[in-house]
Design a binder for this molecule. Structure first.
Ligand SMILES: Nc1ncnc2c1ncn2[C@@H]1O[C@H](COP(=O)(O)OP(=O)(O)OP(=O)(O)O)[C@@H](O)[C@H]1O
Length: 252
């Protein structure tokens, strides 16, 4: 594996209740890039993302085969709490802990993983994460406010802050803007582009325009199979597979 690769997926297949939903997927995600996984509804995008941080382990009806390496280590050889430290996740709907304060939402992972040594360091890290998530200016005078009092877009930025507070290597984002309006979507897209300086980002989207706007690489998944993968500019201007061309033109 190249030292420039952050995530490598080899021959990944997933079956759920005996039905194959992902077949023989091979991908390499370079460090400090935004890597989009796009495809129509039900094509297996979320299933792939969930396999990377082993969310399927708790489901006996789901069988995952193949190998996934993060930063050179096989995820199956990492205890779940170690994997959670290096792989953060942001979900489709903002899911902060609603009755916890803004500060505590960001601090919780740092406290659980004992990643900071003092209250001062905790405060600094929370501020750092909120700034990185473009939320600090809006909440800095009100860190004790409960998370449910924030708007949907602010809640999603809080979830981004919560995920990046641990300084993971990889940030998985499952359609992070699909529940948001155009203005919040734009803010979060700008934020994601900034975040790639510090993290490797894998983002699932069913919106080809979003992949075109923000990603460096795109994998197009259709019916559980990888149809095409490559630099975003090539996939959108010179797709090799006619199915990719149809999809990016909105004809699938
Ligand atoms: N928990 C589950 N139990 C049963 N089947 C599931 C489960 N999760 C996913 N599937 C099936 O796996 C297939 C792929 O689903 P997945 O959610 O990965 O697709 P997707 O591309 O992310 O779709 P969407 O854009 O609609 O979120 C679908 O056929 C879906 O019905």
């Amino acid at each position: 594996m190249s030292s420039e690769t952050m995530v490598k997926i080899e021959n990944l297949s997933v079956t759920i209740n005996g039905k194959t939903v992902l077949r023989n997927i091979n991908l390499e995600v370079p460090k400090n890039t935004i890597f989009a996984i796009m495809g129509p509804s039900g094509s297996g995008k979320s299933t792939l993302l969930r396999a990377i941080n082993k969310l399927w382990d708790l489901y006996p009806q789901v069988k995952v085969t193949g190998k996934i390496y993060v930063n050179g280590t096989d995820v199956n050889k990492m205890p779940p709490h170690e994997l959670r430290k290096i792989v953060g996740m942001v979900f489709q709907r903002p899911n902060p802990f609603p009755h916890m304060s803004i500060f505590d939402n960001v601090a919780i992972g740092l406290r659980l993983h004992k990643l900071v040594k003092s209250k001062e360091e905790l405060r600094e890290r929370v501020e750092w994460a909120l700034k990185k998530a473009y939320l600090w200016d809006e909440v800095k005078d009100d860190l004790k406010k409960k998370a449910h009092a924030l708007s949907g877009g602010q809640q999603q930025r809080l979830c981004i802050a919560r995920a990046i507070a641990l300084k993971p290597k990889v940030l998985l984002m499952d359609e992070p803007t699909s529940a948001l309006d155009v203005v919040s979507t734009k803010k979060i897209e700008e934020n994601i582009v900034e975040l790639k300086k510090d993290f490797t980002i894998i983002i699932v989207t069913h919106n080809p325009q979003q992949a075109a706007r923000i990603s460096d690489y795109v994998a197009f998944i259709y019916n559980g199979e990888l149809v095409e993968v490559g630099p975003t500019s090539e996939i959108f201007t010179r797709p090799k597979n006619p199915l990719t061309e149809k999809y990016v033109l909105g004809k699938v």
